[in-house]
Unconditional design. Structure first.
Length: 285
């Protein structure tokens, strides 16, 4: 496994792999790898002949009061996990390597970027799309792998790929969870033992919404209100940024559930102490 820190070198390596006919996959990450990241790597390994993983804590997707400065990192741990999974290249650029000193160009997928997480994190998806497009241009993968854990992110990236006629496939991968349902996340490291117990309530409440729909409730506004109210009462949950029931493809808000076969995205973001956690499930009627 080779660690590549320079954009030019990474670009040359991937061009040469493509010329040789290899199907190149990319798993973009911010590092501090866990089983969620590794599940993406495993799927990518099964579908691609060569695999690059990027590790880059992207400054442009963090707001001024967010956790950019304290985002967890453990390159040694990441290196040994990646090598074990058969990653071929780790692309590990610095901020300066990616953005230079006079960076000015940004990509934004309008509308989709200002709902849900975009409401409380203005500019977040603009930063995500910009860095992801840069990674696509540098590495030129045939397939790129993203987790459904960040559901809105996958929808937005797919839209960017469609709108900008990028020629690669976006593969979305199921959320990997702890035994009690908590979605794995690098940010779980911030949780105290007590907060960690409450964190599992997020997934439980998504399933409560599913249960209500299963029992025949069709008024989704009512479900949103009840679940939001219940989440607010959970110990250590300081704030519910949103609990939304939406169309999983368009991300449009749904007011009423339809008939059997319909799929509904239940997605939420909550603050547990000083940590913002997100999660989602797809409810099938
Ligand atoms: P991050 O390092 O948090 O930016 O995540 C890198 C990629 O891993 C993103 O596509 C995430 O959606 C994905 N990912 C993070 N956590 C999980 C998880 N628990 N299960 C599946 N994929 C995940």
């Amino acid at each position: 496994m080779k660690v590549v820190k320079k954009v030019n070198e990474m670009s040359k390596i991937s061009s040469s792999l493509i010329t040789k006919g290899f199907v190149l996959g990319l798993v973009p990450t911010m590092g501090y790898l866990h089983e969620g990241h590794l599940s993406l790597v495993r799927l990518a390994k099964s579908q691609c002949q060569k695999l690059a993983m990027s590790i880059f804590v992207n400054p442009t997707q963090f707001g001024p009061r967010e956790d950019f400065e304290k985002y967890p990192s453990d390159f040694e741990g990441d290196y040994s996990k990646a090598i074990k999974e058969g990653v071929d290249y780790i692309f590990l650029p610095t901020d300066k390597e990616m953005y230079g000193t006079d960076y000015r160009t940004f990509v934004e997928v309008s509308k989709l970027s200002s709902i849900m997480c975009g409401r409380s994190r203005p500019g977040h998806f603009k930063g995500v799309c910009t860095v992801v497009l840069k990674l696509f241009n540098i590495i030129k993968p045939r397939r790129a792998y993203f987790g459904q854990k960040d559901y809105q992110q996958v929808v937005i990236i797919k839209k960017m790929v469609e709108d900008l006629n990028l020629s690669l496939d976006i593969v979305s991968c199921p959320t990997v969870r702890e035994k009690d349902g908590l979605a794995l996340s690098s940010r779980n490291k911030y949780l105290s033992t007590e907060e960690r117990k409450s964190a599992a309530e997020l997934y439980r409440h998504l399933n409560l919404a599913s249960g209500m729909i299963g029992k025949g409730e069709r008024d989704l506004g009512k479900i949103e209100k009840i679940i939001t109210g219940n989440l607010k009462k959970v110990k250590h949950i300081k704030k519910v940024d949103y609990f939304d029931l939406r169309d999983p493809v368009s991300l449009k808000e749904l007011k009423h559930a339809g008939g059997s076969g319909q799929k509904i995205l239940a997605a939420a973001a909550v603050w547990i102490g000083g940590t913002r956690l997100i999660d989602n499930i797809i409810i099938k009627i």
